[in-house]
Design a protein around this ligand. Structure first.
Ligand SMILES: *[C@@H]1O[C@H](CO)[C@@H](O)[C@H](O)[C@H]1NC(C)=O
Length: 135
């Protein structure tokens, strides 16, 4: 596993060469009392597993790679209180990709985890990007 040392080492160097940092927020908009779990990674950084309460969020920031190749892939899962606590498991979701998202979110990217899937705020509009897999 690649730890926090690499994360810090990289960002202090890249800040000399690249523009503003990008921040991604992933908000839990499931049900009151329902936590979500997420685990996001890029090629270089593993952000670890986080348990996030309803109506709160998780965010992180980074410098986009010079060639816009930066990509964060997340697993997001939760247990559905309306379906006997059954696991809902979204894997390998492309939560952030520089070349796709940089113009759409302008360095502030908002994602909303809802009962029917993961929504992105795209040019101020909510779009369902990743419906949950049927199981
Ligand atoms: C979700 O699915 C992935 C891929 O099948 C699996 O590796 C992971 O353990 C599952 N998550 C949970 C919480 O069971």
């Amino acid at each position: 596993m690649i730890g926090i040392t690499l994360l810090c080492g990289c960002s202090s160097v890249s800040s000399l060469f690249f523009g503003p940092k990008t921040r991604v927020w992933v908000n839990n908009n499931l049900y009151p009392g329902t936590d979500m779990f997420l685990h996001c990674k890029s090629k270089d950084d593993d952000l670890g597993v986080h348990q996030i309460a309803y109506d709160t969020g998780y965010s992180w920031s980074f410098h986009d790679d010079f060639f816009d190749r930066t990509k964060f892939v997340c697993d997001i899962w939760w247990f559905d209180p309306n379906n006997g606590g059954k696991l809902v498991n979204g894997t390998d979701l492309n939560i952030y990709k520089s070349y796709r998202d940089i113009t759409e979110c302008g360095h502030k990217c908002f994602r909303f985890v809802k009962p029917d899937g993961v929504y992105f705020l795209v040019f101020q509009k909510m779009e369902l990007k990743y419906p949950w897999p049927k199981q």
